[in-house]
Unconditional design. Structure first.
Lengths: 306, 277
């Protein structure tokens, strides 16, 4: 997904001279081709995320569209005030590409986990928050990323994620995508949780339960038009995110239900609990530990339905 | 001794601009007075003699960019912008009012002539770096000025930006420090000393100059000299916080004041030779 995303930046740059690439001391050789092709539009700044965002703001004020890439935790948390004041307040077209959204950097520990990135970015007025499911969806998104007027946060998953995005479906910012049609339970997922949701749906079908799966690649603005009929046609909604359950995608769903439905359906918010994971290991181990793999999701849903 | 920041006596235009500062202060019954008054001559010389800007076309592409990174010094910026006609003088009377364009910190998009929303300290130099690189990419000849406070440069992001400006050899970038020696709590030297300040900027790769920040001729000479060919410029302006109002000079109590009573406003105007001198 990252490779696709960065390749798309190069493709965009070939046709649009206002597209720039900015990084913060990324791995050796990152965007080598971009640097070779457009050396004057390639900026590898130091380990200085606060400065990086301010600089991107200055460039955007002058008509450029900077695509800024570094590790998600540092791109959102370290420089949050710059994101808020320098990008969101003047509503500038800067694209923030966060590597390792969620628990991708499991072996590196808590400093590198990005389990709050969606919440932090969602809090900022004018910010659009995108968490694609796979490389195909990423490509579809990137094609429309350039012309969006305000700032965008783009969460990258691990890479090699199973493709769930429907073939040939164009990406529309702010629109959710129906991946499976059911009647009883609706899985609402974002980022790379689409695939586990589809597996859980198969497992639940074997138990006689009919599930819908909707993927929300846009966490903000939330697709309210899609959400309304989903809420009205299912008895149980289950939000799935590789993120703390505080303030993220599930919270956005909960807020919408509270605001718009006097008698909302039950909502289970599945994600990471509100504590620092203390383990290392792998992403899969962490997802299993918090019940975000298909088998446990299935059991949780069955339990919830009593 | 002749020509120290303290010894400079203010001419009629400097007093006039300070009366405009006072007018806004009165309009809002609050403001960062001391932080603005150290800046007046710096801004005055820039706007009167250096910057290529047009009040009637504040966004023309070839203009020089000025970012007041120490956004809390905005009363001085508002005074000169209003005086030059970027917006009506009457806006000063509505300073900090609910639906005013002039708030306690300046905002891009609201105020003609304001390039960036500042007030969260330590942001302006990075934005200026971005603008200076943009000018280079666009092959434009304008310059980018960023004015920082001395307290402000406690912020680490300023030094991140300084490293970058030097790395990119931004010869179109001018970093200005309003070195009035007082931050919010008290003397810089007591809170967190900056010395040797000029050496710091030099070590970060800037062509660095020091000047009496209230000396009009010295400021003008420095700002109009050719810029270094291959590096950014830093200008450290030695100033007096609260310059021109004796009770506010060197006085941290006047860094910011709210609910300023009429008697104090009268004392301020009196120090400036009256409301309508």
């Amino acid at each position: 997904m990252r490779k696709t995303c960065l390749n798309c930046v190069l493709e965009l740059a070939k046709n649009h001279s206002e597209v720039l690439f900015l990084g913060s001391d990324l791995g050796a050789g990152t965007m080598k081709e971009f640097r070779k092709t457009f050396p004057e539009r390639f900026f590898m700044e130091g380990v200085s995320e606060q400065h990086l965002i301010g600089m991107a703001a200055g460039l955007a004020m002058e008509g450029f569209i900077p695509y800024v890439n570094t590790i998600a935790s540092f791109l959102t948390r370290r420089c949050l005030e710059q994101v808020t004041i320098d990008l969101c307040l003047p509503n500038l077209p800067v694209r923030l590409i966060g590597n390792g959204g969620g628990i991708v950097y499991a072996p590196l520990g808590a400093t590198h986990f990005a389990l709050d990135d969606l919440a932090l970015m969602r809090l900022q007025p004018n910010m659009t928050v995108i968490a694609p499911s796979d490389a195909v969806q990423m490509r579809a998104f990137m094609e429309v990323s350039r012309t969006h007027p305000g700032p965008i946060y783009i969460r990258l998953a691990k890479g090699g994620d199973p493709v769930t995005h429907p073939k040939g479906l164009p990406f529309v910012i702010g629109q959710a995508i129906e991946l499976a049609q059911g009647t009883q339970v609706a899985f609402l997922c974002t980022g790379a949780m689409a695939h586990p949701a589809l597996i859980a749906t198969q497992l639940l079908a074997e138990k006689g339960l009919s599930c819908s799966v909707w993927h929300f690649p846009t966490v903000k603005p939330l697709d309210q038009a899609a959400l309304a009929p989903i809420a009205d046609r299912h008895t149980l909604l289950v939000s799935l995110e590789e993120h703390t359950i505080v303030g993220g995608f599930g919270s956005a769903i909960a807020e919408w239900l509270m605001d718009h439905r006097p008698h909302p359906p039950r909502l289970l918010r599945l994600g990471f609990p509100d504590r620092f994971p203390s383990q290392y290991g792998s992403q899969e181990q962490h997802l299993a530990a918090v019940g975000l793999e298909p088998e446990t999701i299935t059991q949780t849903v069955i339990r919830a339905l009593g | 001794m002749h020509n120290t920041p303290d010894s400079i006596s203010l001419d009629s235009r400097s007093l006039h601009l300070r009366r405009l500062v006072a007018r806004a202060l009165e309009g809002g019954t609050r403001g960062h007075l001391g932080s603005a008054l150290s800046l007046v001559e710096i801004l005055r010389v820039l706007y009167d003699h250096v910057l290529h800007v047009h009040p009637r076309d504040p966004a023309f592409p070839e203009r020089d960019r000025l970012i007041l990174s120490k956004g809390h010094g905005c009363l001085a910026l508002y005074a000169i912008l209003a005086d030059l006609g970027f917006f009506p003088l009457e806006e000063l009377d509505r300073f900090c009012h609910f639906d005013a364009i002039l708030g306690g910190h300046p905002e891009r998009g609201k105020i003609p002539g304001v390039e960036a929303s500042t007030g969260a300290l330590g942001h302006g130099l990075s934005i200026a770096v971005g603008m200076a690189i943009a000018a280079r990419l666009h092959q434009q000849k304008h310059r980018v000025f960023a004015i920082m406070g001395d307290g402000e440069i406690n912020e680490g992001a300023i030094w991140e930006a300084a490293l970058s400006a030097s790395q990119h050899r931004l010869n179109n970038l001018i970093a200005i420090v309003d070195y009035n020696k007082l931050q919010s709590y008290g003397p810089i030297a007591d809170v967190v000393t900056l010395e040797p300040l000029a050496d710091k900027w030099r070590a970060f790769g800037f062509a660095t100059f020091e000047v009496n920040g209230h000396d009009l001729d010295a400021l003008r000479d420095l700002f109009t000299q050719p810029l270094a060919a291959n590096q950014p410029t830093a200008i450290i302006c030695h100033t007096v916080k609260g310059k021109g109002i004796p009770m506010a000079e060197h006085n941290p109590d006047w860094h910011h004041k709210s609910r300023i009573p009429p008697a104090e406003m009268e004392a301020i105007y009196s120090a400036l030779g009256g409301r309508h001198a």
